[in-house]
Design a protein around this ligand. Structure first.
Ligand code: GLN
Length: 477
């Protein structure tokens, strides 16, 4: 079976109509992974036993003539920051190098109950900290569109695998852009839902108030299917919202004529690569041709988003990562002469450079003398950024922006300059600070044939509108 461009509907109907068994489909993905992934590096672990057992169960169900669940036999990959029972989960870090979780992340459990076959765990930046996947403790990921370039990060493995047809869909996590930016670099669809839409139970925490789980897929329709499967209240996560989950597929086909679409002035200014700018401007023109009313809006505090994000995110990370002490999970340094030395050596040898940098930044921002000056100030800026969006959404139904200021850069280009790397997140961190949903979809390519992505932001819990716009644009393109 040709795995290229295989969507969720294609895979499910092939299994339902008996064109291929779910087991054979999974095996053909494993064969392709074995052949192609050595050059790409998108998988950290394969969960063959678990995946093939699930596929066999789906095949039994299909034989018995029962109605198949919505993701029956669909091969998926899971970013390695989501725990999977019995399958090694490292968060891209040496400190969890030997960690086998005793339970499943809710989003993974929901995908499996809907029939999905989990192929394995996707490579990522250590604890999801990064924008290029070069911070993985295990190996970098190469962009399948150009192997000399990064796939974006931190969900680089999740994006690369979908782009290279090594999974039909994957789950990623997005704290400051880590689903949307790699989606744009690899030319796939990436959706960060509203904060609270998808349970974070079983997601290894980076910055709890900014962390989100969401899908990376080949089409907007597939993103709608996965979101509909994983969304909704979970008693295991008290921040998951009691908000009804609409039928996203039904919403997808509604007309977009007459919708008001904002273009944010601050996202189209200095620092934006001219090729990215013109691709996004073309996309905005297409939306106008489809009958949308285009309105210029302003999000005046955007310039403070990066500093605010890197204070809030590092502060929360410094606290969340305190639990990795060599006692409770994973790696423990050997030959320590005291408990304090064991803690110190475990964390020294277990964490990579970027993670240590963030723990230090965050600890500093939270320390008694600096809390008011940094952390409290950043929280106030966060409120202003949220108000910017609230004000803009009084005038428009959705806002279009570039996903990243540039297309994929070369491996090694920014590794010596953390600040340059942080600036790659300029258009994505705002949605995390405000908790609003955002989707990145392909909108063209550079002269060098590198994918360009555009982003559509929506109101809190209004994923339906951005999916609908993204779908209409994708169908017209
Ligand atoms: N690149 C950003 C960071 O390094 C975002 C990461 C993420 O969304 N997980 O923090």
């Amino acid at each position: 079976m040709d795995l290229k461009l295989l969507t969720i509907d294609d895979a499910r109907s092939a299994v339902r109509d008996g064109k291929i068994t779910a087991a054979a489909l999974a095996e053909s993905f494993y064969a392709k992974i074995e052949k192609d992934d050595p050059q790409i590096g998108s998988y950290l672990a394969l969960s063959k036993e678990r995946g093939l057992a699930k596929a066999a169960a789906i095949d039994d169900l299909a034989k018995s003539g029962n109605v198949l669940p919505p993701l029956a036999g669909v091969p998926v990959g899971i970013k390695d920051v989501m725990v999977t029972r019995g399958v090694r989960t490292t968060a891209g870090s040496k400190i969890l190098g030997n960690y086998i979780p005793p339970y499943d992340c809710t989003a993974v459990a929901r995908l499996e109950s809907a029939g999905a076959v989990v192929l394995g765990k996707m490579n990522c930046d250590e604890f999801a900290m990064g924008s290029s996947n070069e911070n993985s403790a295990w190996k970098p990921v190469h962009n399948p569109r150009d192997l000399s370039r990064v796939p974006g990060g931190s969900s680089g493995g999740s994006a690369a695998a979908v782009a290279a047809d090594l999974a039909v869909a994957t789950l990623g996590s997005d704290t400051g852009g880590s689903i949307r930016q790699p989606a744009s670099f690899c030319g796939v669809v990436g959706l960060k839902p509203t904060y609270g839409r998808v349970s974070r139970y079983g997601l290894i925490a980076f910055a709890s108030s900014l962390d989100h789980i969401g899908p990376l897929t080949k089409t907007v329709r597939d993103a709608a299917i996965v979101l509909g499967t994983i969304a909704g209240r979970d008693p295991m996560d008290s921040t998951s919202a009691e908000v009804p989950v609409p039928d996203y597929l039904a919403e997808l086909e509604k007309p977009i004529r007459g919708m008001k679409v904002g273009v944010a002035r601050e996202y189209m200014g200095e620092g934006l690569d001219p090729e990215v700018r013109s691709a996004v401007e073309d996309a905005v023109r297409s939306l106008a041709e489809l009958g949308c009313e285009i309105v210029e809006v302003s999000l005046p505090h955007t310039e403070y988003a990066i500093p605010a994000y890197y204070i809030v995110a590092t502060a929360e990370a410094s606290s969340n990562l305190a639990r990795f002490d060599g006692v409770r999970y994973g790696y423990r340094a050997e030959n320590a002469r005291s408990l304090a030395e064991m803690y110190r050596r475990t964390r020294d040898l277990g964490f990579g450079t970027e993670v240590k940098r963030r723990i230090m930044l965050g600890t500093y921002a939270l320390s008694a003398g600096y809390y008011d000056a940094y952390y409290l100030k950043a929280q106030k800026v966060r409120t202003l950024l949220t108000r910017d969006f609230d004000d803009a959404f009084k005038q428009v139904d959705a806002i279009v922006a570039p996903t990243s200021p540039t297309a994929a850069f070369k491996l090694g280009d920014k590794t010596d300059d953390p600040l340059a790397m942080y600036l790659a997140d300029i258009y994505t961190v705002t949605a995390n600070l405000a908790g609003i949903p955002g989707i990145s979809i392909p909108c063209g390519q550079t002269k060098e044939k590198l994918p360009i992505g555009m982003q559509i932001f929506g109101k809190h819990f209004d994923e339906a509108t951005i999916l609908r716009l993204a779908h209409a644009y994708e169908q017209s393109a």
